[in-house]
Design a protein around this ligand. Structure first.
Ligand code: ACO
Length: 435
């Protein structure tokens, strides 16, 4: 990041000028450092939704929404999707370099050996109602990790921060699978060290004590790919939430739990579940697709095409391209029929109608990663309310890597945005009997 250039701002009401540094990142738009603006001019800046604001500097993930580019630590997502594995991507994100084979074996072994939960934590599950949304259970249980792992919890110690990351990546599939087992009244299944990361998740989700369960390698591979695609996405709503919560030196497990809460909303990670509900509604309604596209365009109707549009991508989401291919291949290999096939056909037809419609073309609304991932999850036999849980499982590495980067920053300050106040001022208190 160099800052040889500057930008000068003139206050037209007073004629006063202030010169601000202009940083040149390794990629992406230049960034004006407005840190001294309030001191110099007495003004705040106003940017609801952070449309033009870089909230931090980071060297983890780069994305160019106009060109449809996504890179982790400089490596294009397409190459990682084709040649890497989720655990290797976790290593890359945490260590800022690809591992050699010994390092990857050692890392995989560490993660594999941290998958168990404290037995007392397992008893938490029985306190949740059977019909609790698994994301509600995730928020509670990941937050509860902060009550268990007090050793290695000096957040200013680099090694302790790494151990926290290992624990989170390792335990997240166990926490996620247990929330599913609880909701379905099925016996809890412990992790098995002989299985890969995603096979182990499928094992904890689906195996029964009554018979042998062999995870399908095709499904484990597809899940691994989806995990790679969701591993990080720079300063999105949930990641920014983790950073903001963590900036007060909060417990990192609690900070990640706040990220899970932010991810849950349908405008963010909850969209994959909303997409399938929408496709089912379309199929059951018997109405033409155009009727739904028209509703999405109607400003008086809150309906939106779920899985379309993105705050940053104004081009085809590169993750959606990859997940679309996997979705087709998987359903073909599995010889999907009936409901799954019908959902995929509806999704493809909807994509076509929307991409040829002026409204969507003019606004650069393309399918995002959630548009196809839900169909893959359904094909795996994963229930809809677990979709966002899997997203949370995959994004955990991104959240904790971003937290580590923030905690290692010598200039870390507690996050404290300002506001444009529009309320009443200087009122006189009226006693209750006089109101
Ligand atoms: N259907 C219909 N119209 C849409 C859609 C949609 N899915 N998305 C955006 N628009 C329209 C908006 O109404 C707006 O129109 P206008 O300019 O006439 O007012 C315009 O496109 C721009 O949209 P904004 O809402 O301003 O864009 P923003 O960046 O704030 O929102 C968001 C992005 C939240 C993702 C939005 O596109 C959306 O709600 N999509 C559906 C939900 C979804 O798929 N979320 C997943 C995001 S990806 C992820 O989190 C992994």
């Amino acid at each position: 990041m160099s800052n040889e250039e500057t930008v000068t701002i003139t206050d037209n009401s007073t004629g006063k000028q202030v010169t601000l540094p202009l940083y040149k990142p390794t990629a992406g738009p230049k960034v004006i450092d407005i840190g001294s603006l309030y001191k110099e001019l007495g003004y705040f800046t106003y940017d609801p939704g952070f449309m033009s604001t870089a909230s931090c500097s980071s060297a983890i993930t780069f994305l160019d929404g106009g060109k449809g580019v996504l890179q982790y630590r400089g490596y294009p997502i397409e190459q990682l999707a084709e040649q890497s594995s989720y655990l290797e991507v976790c290593y890359l994100l945490l260590n800022n370099r690809l591992p050699n084979s010994n390092e990857l074996d050692q890392f995989t072994n560490t993660i594999t050996r941290h998958t168990m939960l404290h037995e007392a934590m397992i008893r938490f599950y029985s306190g949740f109602r059977r019909d609790a949304h698994p994301m509600a259970i995730m928020v509670g249980c990941v937050g509860a990790l902060s009550a268990f792992y007090h050793d290695h919890m000096d957040i200013h110690n680099e090694e302790h921060r790494m151990i926290t990351a290992y624990r989170l990546v390792a335990k997240m599939p166990t926490i996620a699978a247990l929330s599913y087992r609880h909701a379905n009244g099925k016996p809890f299944v412990y992790p098995r060290n002989s299985l890969s990361y995603t096979e182990n998740f499928l094992h904890m989700m689906f195996s029964m004590p009554t018979e042998e369960y062999v995870p399908d390698p095709l499904l484990a591979k597809a899940l691994d790919l989806i995990m790679i695609l969701h591993a990080d996405h720079e300063q999105n709503a949930s990641t920014s939430t983790v950073r903001l919560a963590g900036s007060s030196d909060a417990n990192p497990f609690a900070a990640v739990a706040s990220g899970i809460a932010a991810l849950w909303g349908p405008a963010h990670g909850g969209a994959n579940e909303a997409v399938i509900r929408m496709l089912i509604d379309i199929n059951q309604s018997g109405k033409p697709l155009q009727a739904f596209v028209d509703r999405a365009k109607d400003k008086n109707d809150p309906f939106r095409l779920m899985g379309f549009g993105h705050r940053v991508y104004k081009n085809y989401d590169p993750r959606a391209k990859l997940v679309r291919e996997v979705c087709h291949k998987l359903l073909k290999d599995m010889e999907a029929t009936g409901e799954q096939q019908k959902l995929l056909e509806t999704a493809m037809a909807l994509e076509k109608v929307a991409l040829e419609d002026d409204y969507f073309v003019e606004r650069n609304l393309y399918p995002n990663v959630d548009f196809y991932s839900g169909i893959i999850f359904l094909a795996m036999g994963i229930p809809m309310n677990m979709f966002t849980v899997i997203f949370a499982m995959a994004r955990t590495i991104g959240w904790i890597t971003q937290w580590i980067e923030m905690m290692s920053d010598s200039e870390l300050k507690i996050g404290r945005p300002r506001q444009l106040y529009n309320g009443a001022i200087d009122l006189d208190y009226v006693p209750i009997d006089k109101r």
